[in-house]
Design a protein around this ligand. Structure first.
Ligand code: GDD
Ligand code: MN
Length: 381
């Protein structure tokens, strides 16, 4: 290997961490003597101009690199972009806010280099580790999340939620095509996406207090955690988009009933009210699917309008298929619930497949895994 190339890349995702960058860099320099290292900050267009600070530091030190992502957000996907831009055989991921103790890095690197391991996790839940940097509510949430994650047989770690770990690049690459890249839990995502169980070891650390700025863990991030678990649970058998599509369909039923109630109360003729309710439900299903189910293929502008019209068309065909099959089954065996369910299942399956292909133009096969980070802009200094 080239004597000058780094043996360790430290990937640090940042969002509004301006005041933490300089102290973190000082600590890295202090801790990593004798190691060929570099640090890649992956900044998501922070309004506090974190990127500017990193860029200035990069002018003085080539080991400081910056990826600025515009129009993209998320801790996990930022980590992936950082690792993708590294050429080092070992990569560490850590927070920018000085909650993670950089003095563990040399030990983490050496253990990976010694062989036989894929991941070294800095753990808050083994003897000698602690959560003391977290407020009590966050600590309870963290413990709950660990319990949920450990329901997966794959997850044997005491702290699968740690945001501080080092991994062999090859092990990361093997898991990459199946990563969800949702939310904060990149380590858990790796554990659940790797083709073979990762060989892990945990070393204790005490989570420190955040120095400057505030945590970015908010309610949407918690929801993303739930979606990550669902995807990993169901994803092997059912595509996540189908699960979401069915949930959206369920919400459409509520919209339908609510709209029907409003229209009938307003004195509309029943047939008119029912038509209005169908239209309302289809529209709300389209909006939700566009926002949630097919977020990464989101339609806007003219394509949005065309999508809406094609979605109406798909649903009309679905409704005809639904009623036809239901009537057929009902004639064969007069069990109303069986007939109704068969029709609904066919309608839903048609709506899912056809809208996926026609409205969002993504056929099930082609859509496995997310597309590469086209907007990642690595800058070498
Ligand atoms: N690029 C980017 N984009 N970075 C982000 C984003 C984002 O959308 N959201 C957060 N970050 C960065 C923060 O700037 C910080 O450097 C790091 O990711 C962690 O974010 P915090 O907001 O400090 O999270 P936390 O302290 O509540 O939780 C973290 O630490 C826990 C304990 O290790 C996370 O890493 C958790 O996953 C972890 O369990
Ligand atoms: Mn933090």
């Amino acid at each position: 290997m080239n004597a000058g190339s780094p043996e360790l890349t430290v990937v640090v995702p940042t969002r509004n961490e301006r005041d933490n960058i300089t102290p973190l860099l000082a600590r890295l320099r202090g801790a990593l003597g004798g190691i060929r290292w570099e640090v890649i900050f992956v900044d998501d267009d922070s309004p506090d101009r974190t990127a500017e600070v990193v860029r200035e530091l990069g002018v003085q030190d080539v080991r400081v690199r910056l990826i600025e992502r515009l129009g993209e957000r998320g801790l996990a996907s930022a980590c992936v972009a950082g690792v993708a831009a590294s050429a080092a055989p070992q990569v560490a991921v850590m927070d920018a806010d000085l909650q993670h103790d950089v003095r563990l890095l040399p030990q983490m690197l050496r253990r990976l280099q010694a062989g036989g391991l894929d991941v070294v996790v800095a753990s808050r839940y083994v003897a000698g580790g602690s959560l003391r940097g977290l407020p009590p509510r966050r600590a309870r949430l963290s413990r709950l999340a660990v319990h949920l994650a450990r329901a997966f047989p794959r997850v044997r770690l005491a702290d699968p939620m740690s945001g501080f770990f080092a991994i062999r690049r090859a092990a990361f690459d093997a898991a990459l095509p199946r990563l969800s890249q949702l939310g904060f839990k990149i380590l858990l995502d790796l554990l659940l996406s790797a083709p073979r169980p990762l060989r892990c070891v945990e070393i204790p650390y005490q989570l420190a207090q955040r120095h400057h700025g505030a945590s970015k863990l908010d309610t949407p991030t918690l929801l993303q955690f739930a979606v990550l678990l669902t995807e990993k649970l169901a994803g092997r058998f059912i595509p996540l988009s189908l699960v979401l599509f069915v949930c959206v369909g369920g919400s459409g039923l509520l919209v339908h009933v609510a709209a029907l109630y409003v229209l009938v109360s307003a004195g509309a003729v029943f047939a008119t009210a029912q038509s209005g309710a169908v239209l309302a439900a289809m529209t709300s299903n389209f909006l939700l699917n566009n926002l949630v189910t097919y977020r990464d293929l989101r339609l806007r502008g003219w394509r949005w309008l065309r999508g809406l019209v094609s979605f109406y068309a798909v649903c009309c065909v679905g409704a005809v298929a639904n009623v036809s099959l239901a009537s057929l089954v009902y004639r064969a065996t007069p069990r109303w619930w069986l007939a109704g369910l068969s029709g609904a299942a066919l309608g839903a399956a048609w709506n899912y497949l056809a809208s996926r292909g026609l409205t969002w133009q993504s056929w099930p096969r082609a859509a496995r895994g997310r597309r590469p980070q086209a907007s990642a802009r690595p800058t070498r200094r």
